[in-house]
Design a protein around this ligand. Structure first.
Ligand code: KIV
Ligand code: ZN
Length: 520
């Protein structure tokens, strides 16, 4: 019988994922995501690109120091400074990995690296050896392999292996390859470069043509032992291969791939929501595995089938990825013990007494206004209240009036570190008036870059969740507010983001690899 292979999951949400346009994660958020990835049991967390800036360095250093379990990887170009910085940031990691990368295609060599093939080969050789002086685990990548000449690709990876690379990663940087081509490339690397050695081949696929997941899986079928991916498939341009998709494809079709991962699938949904919330990048409703509709059945025939037997139209159980059925679980008469138990069932087992007290008070307040809360609403409530960076400014009161023929006007009362502030403002609509009043109250005028309203369970009685992204100069912050009243949720979201800006917990969008090359 064919032996099943273990496929390593290399998560790059915090490095490639953070390159998504508009995304800027704070240090606390990165740490929390890294802890969630460790609970998910990924094999490797790529924590960042330390040389690209002091914030990036510090994030890698903190993750390497505090997150236990997975290998912690840091990205570095084929430059000594990059490798020194990566090694320094990884000093406290239990299992450090330096990920050294260069480029393989002619267009990259000519315009980005401005180097000849011989120079790139020489640098790859020297820098992989240099990285090996710091750590035993060195990964080597060459960008844009899919559009490069085979003879050069072969020489480059041979040089890297000879110099000590233990994993070779094959990036389709521009998302150009088809599954057949990419699979054939991985096979060729296995047969003509690795030739039975114990070096691990890794896939790294982008989704420009919507083929990132198919390409990664084609890589697995042809010998890859590691997949690089991100939560919700976020990343540069159209994003990366989505972790939840490859993991569940390997889980559900283990019979076909003869391969498995060590992922704790029941954590998938929670991490997906966390990343959605912190990045402000919404998951489309039809997104495989984690989208709102991924387990919804609309047509009569489908509903009828699922009622008779779930397997008629479902290939996996929603529970398997940690999604709970949208049933009403708790109402205003529920006690603290029932509340605690419901949160434990949702996976929140590590809440402190203080957190529980605050959450319970907020839950009661909401349940009084809107009635019982569903599991998804409870989850949204916990996530919005738990974030360590919020509550710098606190909303005491918001009032507004608007309607046909009326000038929308809002009054807010906000608790700031300097005391209570009250302000009234008019606006183009109630939300605009509230935001202007808040700006006056807190004395900060950030630019609103994103405003999104969602009903958590899709009915008019549902809790509303508002996400805003604010910018102040170079700094950005995402804030989320949850309330049965969407104007109040908007005010909470604005204050959450503004609080991060004011308390120095905001961050800036990381420079792209290309910008780092240009020294921007
Ligand atoms: O897409 C890419 O080529 C990359 C490399 C740095 C691995 O992200
Ligand atoms: Zn990439």
């Amino acid at each position: 019988m064919e032996k099943e292979r273990h496929i390593r999951i290399f998560d790059t949400t915090l490095r490639d994922g953070e390159q998504s346009p508009g995304v800027a994660l704070s240090l606390d958020q990165k740490l929390e995501i890294a802890q969630a990835l460790a609970r998910l049991n990924v094999d490797i967390i790529e924590a960042g690109f330390p040389v690209s800036g002091p914030m990036e360095f510090e994030a890698v250093r903190r993750i390497a120091t505090e997150v236990k379990g997975p290998i912690i990887a840091a990205l570095a170009r084929t430059h000594t400074l990059d490798i020194d910085q990566a090694a320094k940031a990884l000093e406290k990691a239990e299992k450090p990995r330096i990920h050294v990368f260069t480029s393989a295609s002619k267009v990259h060599l000519q315009y980005m690296l401005r180097k000849t093939e011989e120079e790139v080969l020489e640098m790859a050789d020297r820098m992989v050896r240099y990285a090996r002086r710091y750590v035993d685990d060195v990964e080597f990548s060459a960008q844009d392999v899919m559009r490069a000449d085979w003879e050069f690709v072969k020489r480059l990876y041979e040089v890297a292996i000879e110099a000590g690379a233990t994993t070779i990663n094959i990036p389709d940087t521009t998302g150009y390859g088809t599954p057949q081509e990419y699979g054939a490339l991985i096979r060729r690397i296995r047969d003509e470069v690795v030739r039975g050695g114990d070096v691990i081949i890794s896939t790294h696929t982008h989704d420009d043509l919507g083929m990132a997941t198919a390409n990664a899986l084609a890589g697995v079928e042809n010998g890859a032992g590691q997949i690089e991916c991100t939560i919700n498939g976020i990343g540069e341009r159209a994003g990366n291969c989505a972790l939840e998709e490859v993991v569940m494809a390997l889980y559900v079709r283990r019979d076909w791939y003869k391969a498995y991962t060590q992922i704790n699938t029941r954590e998938i949904y929670r991490v997906s929501r966390l990343v959605e919330r912190y990045t402000g990048m919404p998951v489309p409703p039809n997104k495989a595995i984690v989208g709102d509709n991924a387990f919804a059945h609309e047509s009569g025939i489908h509903q009828d089938g699922v009622i008779k037997h779930r397997a008629t139209y479902e290939i996996m159980d929603a529970e398997l990825i940690g999604r709970r059925p949208a049933v009403l679980v708790l109402g205003k008469h529920s006690g603290r013990a029932a509340f605690k138990k419901a949160l434990e069932d949702l996976g929140y087992k590590d809440l402190s007494e203080e957190e529980l007290k605050k959450l319970f008070a907020r839950f009661k307040e909401i349940a009084e206004k809107k009635g019982p809360l569903s599991a998804e609403e409870l989850q949204a409530l916990v996530e919005s209240e738990r974030e360590p960076t919020s509550h710098f400014f606190q909303l005491e009161r918001v009032q507004f009036f608007s309607g046909s023929g009326l000038l929308p006007t809002a009054t807010v009362q906000v608790k700031t570190p300097d005391g209570e502030r009250l302000a009234t403002h008019t606006g183009d609509g109630p939300v605009d008036a509230v935001f202007k009043a808040i700006q006056e109250a807190i004395g900060l005028r950030p630019e609103l870059e994103l405003y999104r309203v969602e009903a958590i369970t899709g009915s008019t009685e549902a809790l509303g969740q508002v996400t805003v992204r604010l910018r102040l100069g170079e700094l950005q912050a995402v804030g989320v507010g949850v309330s049965p009243d969407i104007i109040e949720a908007s005010a909470l979201a604005f204050l959450d983001a503004a609080g991060k800006l004011a308390s120095g917990r905001a961050t800036r969008h990381p420079p792209s690899i290309e910008e780092v090359h240009r020294g921007v």
